[in-house]
Write a protein that binds this ligand. Structure first.
Ligand SMILES: Cc1cc2nc3c(=O)[nH]c(=O)nc-3n(C[C@H](O)[C@H](O)[C@H](O)COP(=O)(O)OP(=O)(O)OC[C@H]3O[C@@H](n4cnc5c(N)ncnc54)[C@H](O)[C@@H]3O)c2cc1C
Ligand SMILES: NC(=O)c1ccc[n+]([C@@H]2O[C@H](COP(=O)([O-])OP(=O)(O)OC[C@H]3O[C@@H](n4cnc5c(N)ncnc54)[C@H](O)[C@@H]3O)[C@@H](O)[C@H]2O)c1
Length: 448
């Protein structure tokens, strides 16, 4: 019988790859994983985790201000970017160590170099070594898209934003999706002047319109500038190192940093996939079936590289389903229904299930309940920001088909509420639940 060097070779030690490697090895497979950057992948090293720590850090700007209304004598405080940056990067390194340890404990061999596919059962390492494997799992994630125009090379992406030497006082962000809105909030809270530049006038496409509008309105009131229907023309680097960002129909904007947050494309370039006839879609994503198998029978793919849903918990579930199915003798498929998601903006927003527009398209005259309120904490703090919660309800069955919210701690509250939507609970069952008072979450059971 033909023997391979490994039963499974995983390319990419990010959210999906680490889970698939660890669980497959726990089932007894001989597993190696190649990582060209750092173990943990985008989420741990330059995504969700450091981003959320910056969100926490930036929220102190408002908390310190509000504290005075709650009786605290707060002296004038100064923000030190380098202190926060270094603490965040140290935490990232600690987590990288934990991920590395977990892989080692499960006897997964970590190969710290770039790997490419060299055939249905062959992988080529950057060092020139060829390795064979019974199965190959591609978990190489996605990569920031940078638009092409003169001077675009002076901008940075989310890959670099966590490492800035100095804090930029004037920030231009290209895009109006997740990363753009999250970093607009972060830099604004730290004291930068932030301008978001987008080619359409839609922010956070896919989220409920009323909730998005509320974020736009609150962001503008805070002082974040939005420029819509704008295309970049060029970026000039000034003698003092700053940038002048030229765009259609507007005066050039001076900036200390230009951040591209214009989407992420599947990381499949120069991966050798043609050597095994692995088919890609028009966006360069690996085409897979419901069991994560590509057009080559021995090659699978999970996570952002398949461009299904670019979220960490989804990549992890796909990695787990792959391992259970292929090495655990326990076939499983990911259920893509009712995936909750959140934007860690200031304030954050979160949603699960159908938006009002989607529900109207699919179900006709849906019932919509909203609660538009000022959180008790904001009232005493004299902060005029209003939260908005929304339930979208099936017109006949009374099932709650969507929950959408913006306000303090919305992602924390929505995770629990998402269980109810997934379980197809009815509006009557929400109403039957006694409120937990005083809380913001109680609004979910008090909408009439
Ligand atoms: C700034 C930012 C914030 C985010 N915030 C959130 C959030 O709050 N919540 C959320 O759910 N999602 C968030 N995401 C998305 C989330 O990070 C991704 O969906 C998730 O990391 C995808 O996991 P993955 O395993 O597919 O790929 P990744 O985690 O990207 O891992 C891929 C790995 O493969 C490695 N690699 C690539 N090619 C090769 C090769 N040829 N050889 C060896 N190694 C290779 C890469 O170095 C990388 O480590 C965020 C993303 C970004 C960029
Ligand atoms: N909280 C979270 O869960 C979270 C946070 C960050 C990222 N992510 C994941 O990472 C993915 C990538 O994030 P993202 O914010 O880069 O992408 P995105 O798809 O959310 O947003 C891209 C934005 O860029 C705009 N755009 C595209 N080309 C442009 C151009 N040339 N000029 C100006 N604007 C342009 C689009 O209109 C859109 O607003 C997300 O789709 C999401 O799945 C998730």
């Amino acid at each position: 019988m033909l023997t391979y060097d490994y039963d499974l070779f995983v390319i990419g030690a990010g959210s999906g790859g680490v889970r698939a490697a660890r669980v497959s090895a726990a089932y007894g497979a001989r597993v190696a994983v190649a990582e060209e950057h750092r173990v943990g992948g985008t989420c741990v090293i330059r995504g969700c985790v450091p981003k959320k720590l910056l969100v926490y850090g930036s929220h102190f700007a408002e908390d310190l201000q509000d504290a005075r209304r709650f009786g605290w004598k707060v002296p004038d405080c100064e923000f030190d970017w380098s202190a926060l940056r270094d603490n965040v990067l140290a935490e990232v390194s600690r987590l990288e160590g934990l991920y590395t340890e977990t892989l080692g404990n499960n006897k997964v061999e970590i190969i710290r170099e770039r790997a490419t596919v060299a055939g249905p059962h062959e992988v080529l390492l950057g060092s020139g070594q060829t390795i064979t494997a019974g199965k190959i799992l591609i978990a190489t994630g996605a990569w920031p898209i940078v638009p092409h125009f003169p001077g675009a090379e002076h901008g940075i992406t989310s890959n670099e934003v966590f490492h800035l030497d100095t804090f930029p006082k004037r920030v231009v962000i290209a895009g109006a999706g997740y990363i753009a809105n999250e970093f607009a909030g972060i830099f604004h809270q730290f004291g930068a002047h932030v301008t978001l530049v987008n080619r359409t006038d839609v922010i956070l496409r896919g989220y409920d319109e009323q909730i998005r509008d509320r974020l736009l309105q609150i962001s503008m009131t805070k002082g974040i500038e939005f420029k819509f229907h704008v295309a970049f023309e060029k970026v000039d680097k000034q003698p003092d190192g700053s940038l002048l960002v030229h765009m259609t129909g507007h005066e050039p904007i001076p900036a200390d940093m230009l951040l591209f947050a214009t989407g992420r494309r599947p990381h499949t370039e120069n991966l050798g996939l043609e050597t095994a006839d692995v088919a890609l879609d028009a966006k360069g994503a690996i085409k897979v079936d419901d069991d994560n198998r590509s057009s080559c029978a021995s090659i699978y793919a999970v996570g952002d590289v398949t461009n299904r849903v670019q979220l960490t918990p989804v990549a992890i579930r796909e990695g787990q389903a792959f391992a259970d199915t292929v090495f655990g003798n326990n076939p499983r498929r990911v259920d893509y229904g009712c995936i909750p998601s959140a934007v860690f903006s200031h304030p954050p927003m979160a949603g699960v299930g159908m938006t009002e527009a989607e529900a109207r398209n699919k179900l006709g005259e849906v019932k919509v309940y909203t609660s538009d309120f000022r959180a008790m904490k904001n009232v005493l703090a004299d902060r005029h920001e209003r939260a908005l919660y929304k339930l979208v309800v099936h017109p006949e069955t009374d099932v709650v088909v969507g929950i959408h919210m913006i306000g303090p701690d919305a992602p924390e509250i929505l995770q629990a509420a998402a269980i109810a939507v997934k379980a197809r609970l009815t509006k009557a069952q929400f109403d039957d639940t006694v409120a937990l008072h005083p809380s913001m979450a109680e609004e979910l059971v008090l909408m009439r």
